[in-house]
Design a protein around this ligand. Structure first.
Ligand SMILES: [Zn+2]
Length: 273
């Protein structure tokens, strides 16, 4: 990938194809990225969260002031896609409908985003979104990074902070958002049925099925589910294994497989809530 700038453009498509092929290979038993039991645990699928929040925000309405008072507000048509809230849109979701398959080609979100703050090891994440998903890639990328840089996440009091890179060799993991079909393929040999997310080798694979729909327990807080699934799967990439619900009414540990059900625990998207 150290090719000259000019070559890069023409290599994008072939490279994407090669990367997919590699992903397929690494998913074969024994072929996955050099992690032993931790890897297996990490690969465990999770997912689900619910939609939330009320709509109403009009991103494109900025600057309108005449009609912004009282009665005037109702003249503004809501720009939100049907069935989605502003928080859904903020996570990159552009449609409440999820198609089972997309193109199978992963597109890297270009450019870099610096890690906030000054303290702690900078860990770089690469973000890819399957082409053909109704997802705003930049917003998705921003959501992932904002989640990881939250004080309740894996920053752990200045121990580390997260930046975004488009360079695979600089990233400690690549977070992929893919259609149910492609996510199932990328998670193999783990069986996700396209409805669970996973960490497989150097990839975190999130299924768009859950990114959009979340799970029943998070229906009033789909944003929380999305934070959960990012933190959980990246938690695997950082070496954390699964934990379990300690009892009814307790806060679910982040590393519990919450997508499979909360078993009486309360939803919790954070390692350090
Ligand atoms: Zn897991």
């Amino acid at each position: 990938m150290r090719t000259g700038k000019r070559l890069n453009r023409s290599l994008v498509l072939p490279l994407a194809a090669v990367m997919l092929a590699l992903a397929g290979c690494s998913a074969l038993p024994g072929g996955s990225s050099g992690e032993d039991s931790a890897a297996t645990a990490t690969t465990s699928p999770e997912s689900a969260v619910a939609p939330e929040a009320t709509a109403g925000a009009t991103p494109s309405a900025a600057g309108e002031s005449d009609s912004a008072q009282a009665a005037g507000e109702e003249q503004q048509p809501s720009p939100l896609p049907k069935g989605l809230t502003q928080k859904d849109v903020d996570a990159g979701v552009l449609s409440a409908k999820v198609k089972w398959k997309a193109s199978g080609r992963l597109q890297t979100v270009k450019g870099q985003a610096k890690a906030p703050g000054k303290k702690g090891e900078v860990m770089k994440v690469r973000i890819q979104v399957e082409k053909g998903l109704k997802i705003d890639r930049e917003k998705f990328a921003d959501f992932v990074l904002a989640t990881l840089n939250d004080k309740r996440s894996w920053t752990e009091k200045g121990k580390r902070r997260f930046a975004r890179t488009d360079d695979a060799s600089a990233a400690f993991t690549t977070v992929v958002l893919a259609s149910p079909q492609t996510s199932a393929d990328l998670c193999r040999p783990l069986q996700t049925m396209g409805k669970l997310s996973c960490r497989n080798g150097d990839r975190v694979v999130l299924t768009n099925y859950r990114w959009v729909k979340a799970i029943p327990e998070y229906q009033k807080n789909r944003q929380g589910y999305r934070q959960y699934v990012v933190n959980h799967e990246v938690g695997h990439a950082l070496g954390h294994g699964h934990e379990y619900c300690a009892g009814k009414g307790e806060l679910a540990p982040l590393m519990m497989q919450q997508t499979k059900g909360l078993l009486g625990c309360k939803p919790n998207p954070w390692p350090h809530p």
